[in-house]
Design a protein around this ligand. Structure first.
Ligand code: SF4
Length: 216
């Protein structure tokens, strides 16, 4: 492991706006997690799923990525179906669900107001993402959930966005770290309610990933 930890300290103060928002959340909801959310992983994951940032009532509340909000319902159900998780998802960090061959993280580990981190905040949190990759050389596939996660990951890899256009179902040979990136529309309630992302469309991306990473 490098000098930067894979998960930021719970009192990380690199982003003043997000620290202030965390404190505000803590005052309103002292029983919530309200801190940088650590990655959720199995040992030696080959798949890294990257979201943009914790959801307010999801990861920010429960402390586990995508746990507690609608996006997690669809994500974990699909991961269970495709063998990237085992057990039972019950929207609680103590539900016993375990990942298989997979890790889930967010490019920005703290809850941003309106789900919109600034460029400076994305940059400040980048060393933790890079350290996570350094520490997990088994990762071969990256699933970017949404265009901003896609762009953020490309920037972290110092790759040109213009060379890798975002598209639902797209697959990109990144040419760095032996990584292949898959894109999906974000599995948010908004996207599924509006029909932008159907369950079948989401499953289709996982089907491609499973083909790329056959079960051992
Ligand atoms: S977003 Fe990342 S860098 Fe910024 S305060 Fe939170 S953990 Fe630290």
């Amino acid at each position: 492991m490098g000098t930067v930890p894979t998960d930021p300290p719970l009192d990380c103060d690199l982003c003043p706006r997000l620290v202030a928002f965390r404190e505000e959340m803590n005052a309103q909801h002292p029983d919530w997690f309200n801190a940088p959310v650590p990655s959720f992983t199995s040992t030696d994951p080959r798949l890294l799923i990257v979201g943009l940032a914790p959801g307010m009532r999801g990861a920010n509340c429960t402390g586990r990525p995508f746990t507690g909000d609608y996006a997690g319902d669809l994500l974990y159900e699909t991961m269970l179906d495709f063998g990237f998780a085992t057990g039972h998802y019950d929207a609680r960090p103590d539900d016993g669900l375990q990942l298989r061959d997979a890790m889930i993280t967010n490019a920005v580990r703290c809850l941003p107001p309106q789900n919109k981190p600034t460029g400076a905040e994305i940059k400040a949190c980048r060393p933790f993402l890079l350290s996570t990759l350094d520490d997990n050389p088994s990762i071969r596939a990256v699933l970017a959930l949404g265009r901003i996660a896609h762009e953020t990951f490309l920037s972290a890899m110092e790759l040109r966005r213009a060379s890798f256009a975002f598209g639902h179902g797209a697959r990109h040979e990144l040419g760095v770290r032996n990584l292949v990136m898959f894109d999906s529309y974000h599995c948010s309630r908004y996207n599924t309610n509006t029909g932008r992302l159907t369950t079948e469309m989401f499953r289709s991306v996982f089907s491609d990933i499973r083909e790329f990473l056959p079960e051992a």
